[in-house]
Every structure is written in structure tokens, then in C-alpha cells.
Write a protein that binds this ligand. Structure first.
Ligand code: ATP
Ligand code: MG
Length: 497
């Protein structure tokens, strides 16, 4: 039923609101009821106290007819103020004063009073024994030993003993004041308050439901947007971005989502570019191979030239082979499939070997090679991988340096590292292109005419290898003057001693 976060939030908030209102309602009901009845007892008790004073005044001035009128008046006004029946009884339970007059009292009560010789008497001894013993005040709740049974309500009866001090100074309880009020009076007050409470509950539940609805929408709307955007991106539309600017966790999530979308878009662009490059690099040699072989087969290429063309075909096949191998190696490096085999070796020795390997190309171009080694230095690295780095860098230097140019190879110790530099006096690289030479298949415009065989993968592999070693590689170049590549390697511990 509550599947979405939105409906769960709304349901949860409303449940919390209703629950807290119920708790405060119940607390209010009981504490208010208690407060009202305590308050009522206090009022009746205080009224009883006052009535006693007038009773005393009356008893002391019995011969004065005004005294009785006054007592009657006082009883009447207290009755009205407190909403109760007020009776004064003597020490036998005989009701001597009553307000309202007993004749006007509800017959349901009157029926339960004892009537003897023109006076009404409390029928049960328990109704006056306690108060006459001096307890002040006596409080009874209920039907007052059957007296109020017929009214159907529960009553609160507050009884006050009236003490008279005789001439000898002794105190006697000679009368008692009864103030009786139906508890419905208390309930009436309670229900009035309760009505206001319920109205405020309904109003606040309505307002909070409204607020909760909007608040929950504000939380769940961005989540929906994120989910929709994710669907769109998974469908291949990588340029979708979110426009959520809140500064909370959802805003953070949206920010990360956008970053992810940018990364995915770049990756997709790279993938497309890569496929385009690979197919281009493969197609060109394959077309020429196909053309030459067809020419040989259909006789367009004469017998005596066939060998030359077959040589070109072999070169192209070798280039294709190298391209595929380089691509596979790069893919393996990037997926972390190739693990470096670290060993300690003399780097100067390796550099010498690499120069010898490329000797035929160097002499072909009449290049001068100068080496400047710091001292015989051992490094800790993967020998084959570093050989590949050196071959590619020296080969590039050879390729992009005109005849009779100079290639300089230096090693310099830098604390626990060794910096190896391969410099040439070649065509150089434009400033704008310096960052791009590390990309796969990237070849500068200037170099294209000089080197048709290169695939542009060499430096990508070189950078990968150096990165895998946790070392650095960088380049400096001045167009028309020359280029220098520098890379670092960790010195082997034995060289450090
Ligand atoms: P591959 O190494 O795969 O045979 P490549 O040599 O063309 O092909 P990289 O070694 O990756 O590819 O070099 C990328 C490009 O950087 C070169 O094509 C060239 O334009 C430029 N470059 C590299 N080294 C030099 C250099 N020493 N002088 C001038 N340009 C260079
Ligand atoms: Mg190269």
C-alpha cells in the first residue's frame, strides 16, 4: 500500500501527529479532570468556611430577624456561585437550612430524605457521623450512600463541621454544612475545554497534513528527477543533467550524479573516438594491401615489380601486427592485467643496449648520439617495460630529427630517484599539442609527413608504464629546435648505499 517513499512519509508524519495528539489529549483529559475537581473541592471548601462564619453570626444574633434573612441571602448567593445544593444540618442530621428550599429540591433527592415531624433528616448515619466527629472537610464522591442514586449522576459532597465553643471554652460540633454538586458540572467544564481541544486538533491535523504533503513532495520530487535522469542516461543520452540546487544531501547526490554523467559522456566520446581511430588505422593499410595483391593477381603490376610491392605489403602487415599488439598491450595495461616484474638493473647498461638496437636507424640518418651518465646507477623497475619506454623515446627522437642532428641521453641522480632525459634537435612540438601527444593515436601535423609508419600509440604506452611504476614523465619542446622527454625511476637500494 505504501510503496513509494512519498506515501510512506505522509503516512508516517500523519501517524506521528495523530499519536502525539492522542497522547496529549489523554493527558489533558485526566489532568484537567483532576485539576477541575480539585479546584471545585477547593471552592466548595472555601465557600463552606464562609458559610460557617455567617452561621456563627446568625446563631449569635438569633433574636434579630435580619440575621436569618442574611443567612438565607448568603446561602443563596453561594449556591448560585458554586452551582451546588447547600444544606446545614444539626448534630442529629436534621436539615435546618437549605438552599434552594427543600420544597424546591428535586424530588428524586427529596424522596430519599427521611421526613419526620415537618423536618427532613439525612437517612443514613454515615452521611453525618464523620463530619460531626470533627473531620474537616469530609469529601464524598458518588451517590452519597444512596441519597443521589435516583439522579443518575455521580455527586461531589463537601462537608464542613460547625464548631461551637461553650462558656467553659470546650468545642462541640453542633452542625455541619453540606455543599453538593453533580460531577456532571465538572464534566461540563471538561467537555467545553475538550471541544476546543478537538477543534484545534482537527485544524492542526489539517494544516500539518497539508504541510507534510508539500514537504514530502519537496523531498521526493528531486529523487524522482534523479531516477528519471538515470533512466535517460542508461538509454544512451549522456548529455542529460540535473538542475537541483538544494544544499542538502539530495543536492549533493544530484551533484555527484551530474559528475557521473559528465564522466560517462567523456568516456562515451573517448570510446567513439577510439573506435573511429582504430577502424581508420586498420582500414588504410588493409586497402593498400588489398590493392597491391589484386594488382599482382590480375597482372596490372608487372612481374619485375611484384617483389617491391610484396615488400610494401609485408611492411604494412608488420605495421598492422604491431598496431594490434600495441592496442592489446594498452588494453591489458589499463585493465590491470599486466603485472610489473620489479628487478634491480643498471640503467646505463640498458640505455646502451637500446642505442645499439636502433643503431641502423641512427647511422642511416647520420645522427650523433651523446650520452652523459651521472654514474653507474641501479634502478628498481620492470626491465622489459623500461626497455620499451627507452626504445620508443629514442625511436621518436630518431624519427623526428632531420639528418645529421644530435640525440642526447642523460641521467641525473635526484635524491632517491633517477631522472632520465632523451633530447633531440628535431622538429619539436607546438605548445598547443604538447598535452595531446600522450593520447592514443595522436600524431602532430608536423610529424605526419616524416613518419608514415607510426601509429601514435607509443607515448600512450610509455605514459602508462611510467604511471604504473608510480613515477613521472614530462616533455619540453621548442618547435624547430628540438624536444626533450624526461622520466624518473626509483633508485635501487644498493645504489643508495
Ligand atoms: P608509434 O610510437 O606508435 O610508432 P608515433 O611515434 O607516431 O607512433 P608516439 O610515440 O605516441 O607515436 O608519439 C605521438 C606523436 O608525438 C608523434 O606522432 C609526434 O607527432 C609527436 N612526437 C613524439 N616524440 C616526438 C619528438 N621527439 N619530436 C617531435 N615530435 C614528437
Ligand atoms: Mg613513437
Amino acid at each position: 500500500m505504501f510503496k513509494s517513499i512519498f506515501s510512506r512519509l505522509v503516512a508516517m508524519f500523519i501517524a506521528i501527529i495523530i499519536f502525539s495528539f492522542s497522547i496529549s489529549g489523554i493527558t489533558l483529559y485526566y489532568s484537567f479532570g483532576k485539576y477541575v475537581s480539585e479546584e471545585k473541592i477547593r471552592t466548595l471548601d472555601a465557600s463552606g468556611e464562609e458559610i460557617s462564619k455567617y452561621l456563627k453570626f446568625y446563631l449569635e444574633n438569633m433574636q434579630n430577624p435580619v440575621a436569618e434573612v442574611m443567612l438565607d441571602y448568603v446561602l443563596n448567593s453561594y449556591r448560585q456561585n458554586t452551582g451546588s445544593y447547600i444544606w446545614i444540618t444539626n448534630d442529629k442530621g436534621v436539615i435546618v437550612f437549605a438552599s434552594p428550599y427543600l420544597k424546591l429540591t428535586d424530588s428524586k433527592i427529596l424522596n430519599h430524605l427521611k421526613y419526620e415531624q415537618g423536618t427532613y433528616i439525612l437517612p443514613d448515619e454515615r452521611q453525618y457521623k464523620k463530619v460531626l466527629s470533627g473531620t474537616n472537610p469530609v469529601i464524598e464522591k458518588g451517590d452519597f450512600y444512596g441519597l443521589f442514586k435516583e439522579t443518575g449522576w455521580s455527586w461531589l459532597v463537601v462537608q464542613k463541621p460547625f464548631k461551637y465553643v461553650d462558656t467553659a471554652g470546650a468545642e462541640h460540633v453542633v452542625a455541619a454544612v453540606y455543599l453538593s454538586t453533580p460531577i456532571t458540572e465538572i464534566n461540563k467544564a471538561r467537555s467545553t475545554v475538550y471541544r476546543f481541544f478537538l477543534i484545534s486538533v482537527v485544524v492542526s491535523v489539517l494544516i500539518s497534513t497539508f504541510l507534510v504533503y508539500f514537504f514530502s513532495r519537496r523531498i521526493t520530487n528531486p529523487l524522482k528527477q534523479i531516477s528519471n535522469a538515470a533512466k535517460i542516461i542508461s538509454g544512451g543520452e549522456f548529455n542529460k543533467r540535473l538542475n537541483i540546487n538544494s544544499r542538502d544531501e539530495i543536492g549533493e547526490l544530484a551533484g555527484s550524479f551530474n559528475q557521473m554523467a559528465v564522466a560517462l559522456e567523456n568516456l562515451e566520446e573517448m570510446r567513439r573516438g577510439f573506435i573511429a581511430n582504430v577502424s581508420h588505422e586498420l582500414r588504410t593499410p588493409m586497402t593498400s594491401i588489398k590493392g597491391f595483391i589484386e594488382g599482382i593477381l590480375d597482372g596490372t603490376i608487372p612481374m619485375e615489380k611484384q617483389k617491391d610491392y610484396l615488400n610494401i605489403v609485408r611492411d604494412e602487415v608488420m605495421r598492422l601486427n604491431r598496431l594490434v599488439n600495441d592496442l592489446l598491450d594498452l588494453a591489458k595495461m589499463e585493465s590491470g592485467e599486466i603485472h610489473l616484474m620489479f628487478s634491480n638493473f643498471n640503467i646505463n647498461e640498458l640505455i646502451r643496449r637500446c642505442i645499439i638496437k636502433l643503431e641502423h636507424l641512427i647511422t642511416e640518418k647520420e645522427l650523433e648520439v651523446t650520452v652523459n651518465f651521472d654514474e653507474e646507477t641501479f634502478v628498481s623497475a620492470d626491465l622489459d617495460a623500461i626497455e620499451r619506454v627507452l626504445i620508443n623515446l629514442i625511436h621518436n627522437a630518431v624519427k623526428f630529427t632531420p639528418n645529421k642532428g644530435i640525440i642526447g641521453i642523460n641521467t641525473i641522480i635526484d635524491a632517491d630517484r633517477l631522472i632520465i632525459s632523451v633530447a633531440d634537435t628535431g622538429i619539436g612540438i607546438d605548445k598547443e599539442e604538447l598535452n595531446m601527444i600522450w593520447d592514443r593515436f595522436y600524431k602532430t601535423d608536423k610529424s605526419r609527413s616524416r613518419d608514415k609508419l607510426g601509429t601514435g600509440l607509443g607515448l600512450a604506452i610509455v605514459k602508462n608504464i611510467i604511471n604504473e611504476h608510480g613515477q613521472e614523465i614530462w616533455v619540453e619542446s621548442e618547435p624547430g629546435k628540438g624536444t626533450t622527454f624526461h622520466f624518473t625511476l626509483k633508485r635501487a637500494d644498493e645504489s643508495l648505499i
